[in-house]
Design a protein around this ligand. Structure first.
Ligand SMILES: [Zn+2]
Length: 104
């Protein structure tokens, strides 16, 4: 799978216009996503933290180590990557059914 993937990084910054000033302990990384999903996800994070001037979310292009391990049950399933790209959750279909964590 050579599709270009995107990650979203959010966190509090010393200088919100400079992503290298992110404060490490506030840093969260999400993804991988496809481009559209990454942009939507970042927009959602920005919206949610709109009152925090120092909070920023960035979309970064990157190839990540994709595997099929579900984050919930740790089982290896080919549906994990599909769910990750589609919904942004690294879970298998059986966990997807048992959880109602899908974004609107
Ligand atoms: Zn699972």
């Amino acid at each position: 799978m050579n599709e270009i993937t995107y990650m979203v990084i959010e966190g509090t910054h010393k200088n919100p216009n400079d992503k290298s000033t992110i404060i490490k302990k506030t840093k969260k990384i999400y993804g991988p996503f496809n481009k559209k999903k990454a942009e939507d996800f970042a927009a959602g994070l920005i919206q949610k933290n709109v009152d925090n001037y120092y909070h920023r979310a960035w979309v970064v292009k990157g190839q990540v180590n994709l595997n099929n391990i579900c984050e919930e049950c740790k089982n290896d399933s080919p549906t994990v990557i599909q769910n990750l790209m589609m919904h942004g959750y690294k879970i298998c279909d059986s966990c997807k059914l048992s959880k109602t964590i899908f974004p609107i």
